[in-house]
Design a protein around this ligand. Structure first.
Ligand code: H2U
Ligand code: ZN
Length: 340
């Protein structure tokens, strides 16, 4: 490590995200500023079964189909899919300024549990393991389709994040073309691999394990860390300690450990402000375009919007939309709060 006069807990500075090449502005002195803006109301407690819910077992969905009486996980084609399996294969161009191209794919919805009033973190470790198994099955099956290049598994949790329903569920979008966020991460991991003959996230992991300033929780196979370059106040990154590019490279023990860390991290989030913590979370894994991608390191991003309480969220607006992301509370302080 270089000798540095920069005080990361006091001086205004910028941090580099090596996965995306983006910079985040950190202003630690500003975390005490007063707040008189919008506060959000938290969720009302739902029941174990909701006859109106389109995801509960046996119920009718908005598209008219009925859900089976499922007892663990249940995956189906999204009735309002943003990507469709077929369509015209063409481009549209107007000079060198207007450009568009056709895109195809599939969208799936995954119910984590038949029970309407639970969250991922409230499921038992064994139940979360079943969710991970279903994610893996979907990743492999969708990836085997030669028309699919990338599989994005994610969850919008909580009304604040735009989730349409409190029933524990997530989504899976499979694209013909690798989406831009994954293209960026792919490029940066590939460049690092070429320059260093080593995996970027394996090296990052080793640094975090040595410094132990930003680790929130860990087990034998995984760590959960507030990344050095986090932009959301309590953003975290979950990484397998042994290199794996995708879910299909985890053995049974590894999947159990993944379930354990997802439960622990989710429980810590829920305890932080004593509220069922809203977030967008998702998995980034090796594209399924038939290429090897040895530099890809499987990880999960958690992007929670909350800033200082159950009711005060961070908005990515103003400078963030016009210049770049900015944060006040440092990642090290956020990690300490999540550990506490
Ligand atoms: P979100 O809560 O993250 O929006 O996910 C719910 C998804 O479920 C959403 O994409 C789909 C919506 O299109 N859905 C169905 O496929 N069938 C339904 O009956 C309602 C919702
Ligand atoms: Zn339900």
């Amino acid at each position: 490590m270089s000798e540095s006069k920069l005080n990361l807990q006091g001086d205004v500075h910028r941090r580099l995200n090596p996965l995306t090449g983006e910079w985040v502005l950190v202003s630690p002195h500003r975390s005490v500023r007063p707040w008189q803006g919008q506060t959000e109301v938290s969720d009302v407690k739902p029941l174990a079964y909701d006859p109106e819910c389109y995801l509960c077992p046996g119920n009718a969905r908005a598209g008219g189909l009925f859900n089976p009486q499922y007892i663990s996980t249940f995956v189906f084609d999204n009735d309002f899919a943003a990507l469709l399996p077929s369509g015209p294969k063409d481009v549209y161009a107007m000079g060198d300024v207007l450009f568009a191209r056709a895109e195809s794919g599939r969208c799936r919805v995954i119910c984590y549990s038949p029970q309407h009033n639970l969250t991922l973190a409230q499921l038992s470790q064994a139940q979360i393991r079943l969710v991970i198994d279903a994610w893996t099955t979907e990743y492999i099956a969708l990836g085997a389709d030669p028309r699919i290049s990338a599989v994005t598994i994610f969850e919008n949790r909580g009304a604040m994040m735009g989730a349409s329903n409190p029933h524990p569920h997530g989504q899976i979008w499979a694209n013909e073309n690798v989406p831009q966020e994954q293209v960026r991460e792919s490029l940066h991991q590939a460049n690092y691999f070429q320059t260093h003959q080593a995996c970027l996230l394996c090296e990052y992991l080793a640094v975090e394990e040595r410094l132990r300033e930003r680790i929130v929780c860990e087990n034998g196979f995984f760590i959960g860390v507030v990344p050095f370059w986090a932009t959301w106040p309590f953003e975290t990154l979950v990484l397998p300690r042994r290199h794996a590019a995708a879910l299909d490279e985890l053995d049974s023990e590894g999947r159990d450990a993944f379930a354990e860390i997802l439960k622990e991290l989710g429980t810590r989030y829920d305890r932080l402000f004593d509220v069922s913590f809203p977030y967008t979370m998702g998995l980034h894994q090796r594209p399924v375009d038939g290429k090897a991608h040895p530099y890809w390191h499987l990880h999960a991003h958690f992007y929670p919007p909350l800033l200082r309480s159950a009711s005060v969220r961070k908005f990515m607006v103003g400078y963030e939309m016009l210049a770049g992301p900015q944060r006040d509370i440092t990642p090290e302080l956020a990690a300490r709060r999540l550990r506490g």
